[in-house]
Design a protein around this ligand. Structure first.
Ligand code: NDP
Length: 483
């Protein structure tokens, strides 16, 4: 596999230097499409994290810390351009590493380039304010970087999540330490190699692969880290927040969801159908904003469930290189979790179910996409984040009932409303407790400009868009008494 790469995937990257991890150990790398070992990545541990934090601080004290916002932005833009020249390579690497169908993997690479372009352009456009105050005073605010930012990224969308968190943090002038998921390190390393080529100064971005328990925990507990951005499970999110509390540093948590789409009787079903199904099966359901609950008003319930069922019946799970509707899940463990959920629906009606391609290797981590119908809103399948291609259809009668069901989980990440009634659109957009609401669409194409984050157990803080730049900076008020 190494021959496909333009960097040494067995190393870590600290202070502009590629090196072996302090402990000298490696972790095996598996291709989820066939279960085969395809190489190894460095097993970074606490001493590597310590060195990376020191390197980041050194960068802040040196060239990177002194660099103008304009020049930072130019470097980010150059990184984006370089990413743009390697889209197919990045897609191939990601497909091999995490089992993403090639088209999805390429879309992730395109998004990474776009994040760099967006944050490159935004770097010199974040401004403070002047504040009218007492006679004899001039008061203004400065937006300043936190300092060293820690980034813990999961395996489901490595390129997109690196783009949105590291891109915004660098634009604001922070120096980053990135701990990718051990199951998905390759594109993180590919990215930093391109950043180096684009002229990012040493120490501005350091990448330390390793396990969550070792490298991840060391990063979140490190007293030299001034802000932590975490995307992953609720359980680990709580650990990260506790560790951040010990050092009294801010933390952004993006912890997934149980996102509903609500379809009313007057909705354009033809327009809705691809979004209803597609937003669940994308990335084999391993998406924080996957739409795993479809709430359907009684008048169109039977028709829509039947049509969705037909779509599910046609869904094929196959190796990433075959670029089918779904790839494999990330790991045997994830397959076990998702299979357990499917079995928990044995008492429910299956309205549609895809299949695993005949040529899919037995040792790949495949599951069939499944649509369960008539699911009680309090059923485990309608309440818990599954992170697999399982969707539930829930009937409702009134608008009030739809709102109650939509808000009736611990999560609050994304929701969509399908109706032609403008007043109803506005009422629901206000009543639903999520970080994003879409009207007659789902995801709006995932635009990098759109602030993203959750409420409740979906987490707190916002990434993406300009809003992320506020999150990755701190505000200083300057009050001058000049008489
Ligand atoms: P985790 O929350 O364990 O992993 C997310 C990231 O956190 C990874 O980089 C992981 O490293 C790291 N990590 C793990 N333990 C620690 C720790 N103690 N301190 C600091 N960092 C740590 O998710 P899983 O991979 O275990 O997935 C389990 C479930 O989480 C999924 O089924 C899904 O429901 C949810 N999830 C949600 C995501 C989202 O986008 N909201 C993304 C991924 C998972 P490493 O992997 O190297 O151990």
């Amino acid at each position: 596999m190494q021959k496909h790469l333009w960097y040494d995937a067995t190393q870590i990257y600290i202070g502009g230097v590629w090196k072996s991890p302090a402990g000298g150990q490696q972790l095996p790398l598996q291709n989820p499409s066939n279960g085969q070992e395809i190489g190894s990545i460095a097993r970074g541990t606490a001493p590597d994290i310590d060195e990376a934090v020191t390197a980041a601080q050194t960068a802040l004290d040196g060239e990177w810390g002194r660099m103008s916002a304009l020049e930072r932005g130019r470097i980010l833009t150059r990184i984006g351009q370089l990413v743009g020249t390697r889209l197919d390579d990045l897609a191939m690497i990601e497909a091999m590493d995490v089992g993403k169908p090639l088209t999805q993997a390429k879309n992730d690479a395109i998004a990474l380039a776009r994040y760099m372009e967006f944050y490159g352009g935004a770097a010199d456009k974040i401004m403070g304010e002047t504040i009218p105050y007492l006679d004899g005073y001039t008061v203004y605010t400065l937006r300043e970087p936190h300092g060293v930012t820690g980034h813990i990224v999961p395996w489901n969308y490595p390129m997109q999540i690196i783009g949105r968190s590291v891109g915004a943090a660098l634009a604001m002038g922070n120096a980053c330490v990135l701990k990718p998921a051990e199951e998905a390190c390759l594109t993180a390393l590919a990215f930093v190699a391109l950043a180096e080529e684009a002229g990012l100064p040493p120490g501005a971005l350091n990448v330390v692969p390793g396990s969550g328990e070792e490298a991840g925990a060391a990063l979140t507990a490190h007293p030299g880290v001034n802000h932590i951005s975490f995307t992953g499970s609720v359980g680990v999110g709580k650990l990260v927040q506790k560790a951040a509390a010990e050092n009294v540093v801010p933390v952004t948590l993006e912890l997934g969801g149980k996102s509903p789409q609500i379809v009313f009787d007057d909705a354009d079903l033809d327009a809705a159908l691809p979004f209803l199904v597609g937003a669940c099966i994308q990335n084999a359901g391993q998406t924080c904003s996957a739409s795993s609950r479809i709430l359907i008003q009684r008048g169109v319930y039977d028709e829509l469930v039947a049509r969705m069922g037909v779509s599910f019946d046609g869904m094929i799970s196959a190796p990433a290189q075959m670029d089918a509707n779904l790839g494999p899940l990330i790991s045997a463990r994830q397959k076990e979790i998702v299979t357990g959920y499917t079995e928990s629906g044995n008492d429910l009606r299956i309205a549609g179910q895809g299949r695993v391609h005949d040529d899919a290797p037995d040792d790949g981590h495949y599951v069939a996409a499944t649509l369960f119908a008539d699911v009680p809103p309090d059923h485990k399948l309608a309440q818990e984040e599954i992170f697999g291609p399982i969707q539930v259809a829930i009937p409702f009668d009134t608008e009030e009932e739809a709102i109650a069901i939509a808000n009736g989980t611990d999560f609050g990440l994304v929701a969509s409303i399908w109706t032609k009634d403008g007043a109803r659109q506005m009422r629901l957009a206000k009543s639903i407790r999520t970080g994003q609401v879409f009207i007659n669409n789902y995801g709006a194409g995932g635009g990098v400009e759109l602030p993203f984050g959750g409420t409740g157990k979906s987490g707190h803080g916002r990434e993406k868009g300009f809003e992320a730049l506020y999150g990755f900076s701190t505000l200083k008020t300057v009050a001058a008494n000049h008489g």
